[in-house]
Design a protein around this ligand. Sequence first.
Ligand code: ATP
Ligand code: MG
Length: 401
Amino acid sequence: MTNILFEDAKPVIKKIKEQGFEAYFVGGSVRDYLMDKDIHDIDITTSARPDEIEEMFSKTIPIGKEHGTINVLFHNKSYEITTFRTEGEYINHRKPNDVIFVRDLYEDVKRRDFTINAIAMDESYNIIDYFNGKDDIDAHNIKTVGNAVERFEEDALRIIRGLRFQSQLAFTLDNETFDGMLQQIQNIEYLSIERIIVEFKKLITGKNVAVSFKNLLTLNAFAYIPFFSHYDMRHIIIKEPLPFNLFIALIQSKLSNVNAQLAQLKISNNDKKEIQTFTQLLTVLQTINTKQELKLTIYDYGLQHNLTILSYSQTFKQNDIALPSPLIYNEQLLRQIAQEMPIKNRQELDITGKDLIDYLEQRSGPWIKDALRNIEIAVIDGNLTNYKPKILEWVKEHVKI
Ligand code: ATP
Ligand code: MG
């Protein structure tokens, strides 16, 4: 069987070969192709050096040139082309900074993490499989290339990657590989949190996360990862894949007496914001009993965040986080409430702080914020029409300064 992405990339491989070099597809795309799964991006490995690749193609970007990777734009598609390499000395269980370019495919696949990721394929779909990765794919087996203890000792991120593949592919960890993980797990403390998070986001959204999460606990992995190390993660139950941000909010919400800084995760400000929104929303939801109270929550936190939480209600239940009764907290009612909302945000109020100052002839102060909030609540509750004269009337009666 052929695949459109490989077919598109064939001329790239051919062009490199015409110059007398070797070139193969390798890594995730070959693995996924052999599993009959959709492939997303194609990696090419070659005996040509980065300079030589740059000479061959007109549009190139040296995205990781010192590590051997050149991005090639060919017929409007981009390909990562990496020179065969072995890695230099590993320092502190991290990937080395220096790499050694080689001319031999075997040396290149030997440094790869798992047998299922170490299969090369030529442009005619012939497989070069030095470590029997295809057998492991067929057996659903995750196994390191070579000695597990040594490979995890070199780069402890491979432990997290192994669990990530277990979660995504629903494969089993080879016994020796798991033993290697047990022996080397403490070395993940030397990894940068950014590299861990990249893998962890894929792990937590994988279909087999229930098993991988249990393995993380068995390995006591969280004890060596910033932020998570503050929590006793054995209290967290994960049986279904969920978005990373929601996972963090679940931890913060369930183990709220722990003071761990989100900043330690070194994630984007947007992610941090969303996590805090989810965490606060989970706290509020645990106090809500009526449709009326729910209205304000949807106004404050938005329909989408509520729908997201609703769709993982099983997980929250398992973790003793009580959402409102399904009689009011259900998709139909959430959507209906959002639809009928008289205003979507404060900007839609028919009054401003300046109006209040002028009308009440008061000096500016913190009372404005409180007044606007109370007006907002009255409008959402349906006790006040969003119409300036009506609001001013209401203000006269209700706003105390
Ligand atoms: P995905 O489909 O999620 O991209 P992938 O297998 O392509 O999975 P990448 O992170 O894109 O994973 O890495 C590409 C390839 O590089 C891997 O298949 C593997 O051969 C190799 N690799 C990546 N990280 C490591 C590592 N830490 N140690 C050894 N080899 C690695
Ligand atoms: Mg990849």
